[in-house]
Every structure is written in structure tokens, then in C-alpha cells.
Design a protein around this ligand. Structure first.
Ligand SMILES: Nc1ncnc2c1ncn2[C@@H]1O[C@H](COP(=O)(O)OP(=O)(O)O)[C@@H](O)[C@H]1O
Ligand SMILES: [Mg+2]
Length: 415
């Protein structure tokens, strides 16, 4: 289905008793194909809107059963995940204009403060909030933000019309009403920059990333090749250090940690899975796992790990006697042996075909169902549907974050 809107915003005025003119503000097309969700349609429309009205950032908020507004989709370089509005506060339906720009200082509490503060949040000079409603009730709010300059009332009118158009598509408000709880933040990344120097040449890879990883969640990181996904993953995993900014694991500041401290951190908390399986060819599956078990304090039993990935019966096979998918599942089991707090998976299915990918994703599904936090880099758009949160990166920054209110199971994915 195509939702197409040419928005006539009537600038009505009377002249000699006649209504004089109207003005066309723009055109928005959102294509909803059968497989698309309302969310996708919303996002596509909003991207068009951002261009149209020269907005910088956008946030879609949904209302939960307690009438609290939570962000579930945003284009903005901050992690707004824990921000909340008590919806009684009159944020809906108005254009806010400020004489001075504000900076979103503490984005968790959405305290909008004076721009003079040099925290690397976002700056705001104007924002507009429009309600989205279905036939029965208000289900959320779209907020558009301008860094410089002011939204006009015309802009606000366009947003309002688009929000109304979207409202026709919302039938099931229960979809929105779901309460959504994040765990506590276990990784906190503040204004992280990373550059590499090769002789005279400096490559800026991360250009100011602000992000939290929450306990027990499944995060997917998406973005074009070279945008900095692996670099970010390596920094979170203590394999690499930042050029500036801060990285913390719970209360432990990793920013200036020594190599020994980072090694300890990795050993105690982090499991890695790569595109290549890196199994020892001359050891059996079980031996590959037990090798890791000997290095850590309280290892998970290797047979328990193999059972979790559905390979208990292959324990005495050598890697060469397994399929690619099975080898990748062994490498998942190997990452589990340490009982890590977080598993980092860098394109774990990139080398695999569809069936084998689903097999591997199902194994990973068991891992995070068990309570392990999972951060996965992928190129596969379909895999984002499994995640609790999807973080899109572009050119060294996080660009767009989506909270999935209804993650799919691995077995429901299709490509
Ligand atoms: N050690 C390094 N020295 C110089 N440049 C690097 C180094 N590691 C990564 N890069 C560059 O940083 C950019 C981001 O790399 P990476 O994080 O691996 O991207 P992604 O995983 O998103 O494909 C790339 O342009 C890459 O060439
Ligand atoms: Mg990479």
C-alpha cells in the first residue's frame, strides 16, 4: 500500500471578503508493502519529513499502559533509551521555540539545558511534538527537533497532517501499549572517538559515539562496511582503546585501563564470536571447549554449553567433520564456557546460507534467553527483527536507534 500525501497547508486569509490562497508545503510518500510494519512506514515518512522541514532529529514516543511516553525510534546521536516523559506534562501538539539553543545534557532524564554546557549531547533550538492517535485514542507522539533556527507553524501543521495520516494505519494500539523494560546499563560509552595514525595520515573512525548497553538485551549493530562497527565492538570488548571519550563497564572505568586490566576484563566478562570460527582443527569439539574452561575460574560445563547450541551429540567430532553452521555453533558454545556477561558477535552469519544462519541464530537466541547480553554486528536487515534494539551506524556515529516492541524468533525470519 502506498500512503502518499501532498500536503496543502492552507494559509487562509481573507481579502475583500474572499479566501485568498493556499500553499503547498510538500509531498510525502510512504510505501507499505505486505511485509512492512507500521513502524517501517512511520520511519520512512519521518525521513522524508526531516528533509522537507530541515529538521535534524526525530523521536517517536509511545505511550505505555501507565500513560508514560517512551522513545522507541529515534534519529539522534544520543542513546535516548531510558528517557521518559510523564505524558501529563503537555508536551503534545505544540511548537517550542527558544531564544537560545538548549543542549540535551542528560539524555536519560531529558533535561534540556543551556547550550553553554559542552557535553556532547544534541543541541536543540526548536522542537515540535505532534500526537499520533488511532481511531480510539492517543498512542504516542512524534517529536521533531531542529538544532538551529525555528520550526514554523507551517511545519507544525505539516507534521500534524502526517501524524493524522499515520493514525489511519494504527489499528492495534495494544502494540504500542506494551510496557517495555530495559535492564540496567552495563556498558556506558560517552563521546567516544577513535582515530588511527599511519605516519602522517590520521583516519577518524569513531567520531563521537554515545551509547549504553543494557543488561540482558539483544542489540544489533548495522551499518555500511567501514562505518566503525567492528571498532566499536572491539572497544566495548576491551580489545581496543579509545582516542578520547569514556568507556565504562558497570562501575569500572575502562578508558585508561592497562593492558593487564583489559585482559582481565575480557577474560571475566566478554565472549567473542567472529565470522571465522577459529576452532583448533586437531582437537575435538569438546576439547576445544575444555581448553577455554581451563583458563577461567568458574567455567560453564562444556556439555551444558554444547546442549544449549544443540550439538551435544557432536562432542567427539573434529571441526572438519562439521558443517559451517555447526562449527559456528561450536564457537558460540566456546564463547559461553566463560559464562560471560556479554557476548560480542561480529557478523557471525556472514559466511553462511539461509538455513545455516537460522540454525546459528537459534543458538544465539538460546544464549540471550539465558540472560546473557548479546551485541551482534550484521549486514542482514532481516536479523534486526530479532533484536531488542537496533542501532544503525553511519560514518563513525550512531545514527538511528529502534526499540523493537515485538522481537521475532529466529525461526520466524525469512530472506
Ligand atoms: N588498525 C587500523 N588502522 C587504520 N585504519 C583502520 C584500522 N582498523 C580499522 N581501520 C579503518 O577504520 C574504519 C572502520 O573499520 P571497522 O570498524 O572495521 O568497520 P566495519 O566493521 O563497520 O566494517 C575502516 O575505514 C578501516 O579501514
Ligand atoms: Mg567489521
Amino acid at each position: 500500500m502506498l500512503i502518499s500525501g501532498r500536503f496543502f497547508v492552507y494559509n487562509e486569509y481573507m481579502e475583500n471578503g474572499m479566501l485568498k490562497y493556499y500553499k503547498i508545503i510538500g509531498q510525502i510518500n510512504a510505501v507499505i508493502s505486505k511485509s512492512d510494519t507500521l513502524n517501517d512506514a512511520l520511519k520512512n515518512s519521518l525521513k522524508a519529513l526531516i528533509d522537507l522541514c530541515n529538521a535534524n532529529y526525530v523521536v517517536i514516543w509511545y505511550r505505555d499502559k501507565q500513560d508514560v511516553l517512551h522513545p522507541y525510534y529515534w534519529i539522534c546521536p544520543c542513546d535516548l533509551s531510558l528517557t521518559q516523559y510523564n505524558s501529563g506534562e503537555g508536551v503534545v501538539g505544540a511548537v517550542y521555540k527558544n531564544d537560545k539553543s538548549m543542549r540535551l545534557l542528560d539524555y536519560r532524564n531529558d533535561q534540556r539545558e543551556d547550550i553553554n554546557n559542552d557535553f556532547a549531547g544534541i543541541s536543540i533550538s526548536s522542537f515540535v511534538c505532534v500526537p499520533i492517535s488511532n481511531k480510539y485514542e492517543n498512542v504516542g507522539v512524534i517529536e521533531l527537533i531542529k538544532e538551529e533556527g525555528q520550526f514554523s507553524q507551517d511545519d507544525a501543521d505539516v507534521f500534524e497532517i502526517m501524524a493524522n495520516l499515520i493514525s489511519y494505519q494504527i489499528e492495534d494500539s495494544e502494540k504500542f501499549k506494551q510496557s517495555w523494560q530495559l535492564g540496567k546499563s552495563i556498558i556506558s560509552i560517552k563521546d567516544v572517538k577513535k582515530e588511527y595514525k599511519n605516519g602522517e595520515i590520521i583516519t577518524q573512525v569513531l567520531k563521537g559515539v554515545n551509547l549504553d548497553i543494557y543488561d540482558g538485551e539483544f542489540v544489533v549493530l548495522l551499518g555500511e562496511s567501514g562505518c566503525g562497527k567492528s571498532t566499536l565492538l572491539n572497544i566495548i570488548g576491551g580489545m581496543d582503546k579509545v582516542t578520547s571519550g569514556n568507556v565504562a563497564y558497570l562501575n569500572q572505568d575502562l578508558t585508561d585501563a592497562s593492558q593487564e586490566e583489559l585482559t582481565q576484563y575480557r577474560r571475566d566478562n566478554i565472549g567473542f564470536i567472529f565470522q571465522s570460527y577459529n576452532l583448533m582443527p586437531n582437537l575435538t569439539v569438546k576439547q576445544n571447549l575444555d581448553l577455554i574452561g581451563e583458563l577461567v575460574d568458574k567455567p560453564l560445563d562444556s556439555m551444558e554449553a554444547l546442549t544449549l547450541v544443540g550439538l551435544a551429540d557432536k562432542k567427539d567430532n573434529y571441526p572438519s567433520q562439521l558443517s559451517g553452521g555447526q562449527q559456528q555453533r561450536v564457537s558460540i558454545a566456546r564463547a559461553l564456557i566463560k559464562n560471560p556477561k556479554i557476548i560480542m558477535a561480529d557478523e557471525p552469519t556472514a559466511a553462511l546460507d539461509y538455513d545455516t544462519s537460522i540454525e546459528v541464530l537459534s543458538a544465539l537466541e538460546n544464549v540471550y534467553k539465558k540472560g546473557t547480553t548479546l551485541v551482534m554486528v550484521t549486514h542482514n536487515e532481516e536479523i534486526t527483527k530479532m533484536a531488542d534494539r537496533v542501532i544503525r551506524m553511519r560514518n563513525g556515529r550512531t545514527y538511528e536507534i529502534t526499540v523493537n516492541l515485538h522481537p521475532l524468533k529466529a525461526s520466524q525470519l525469512l530472506w
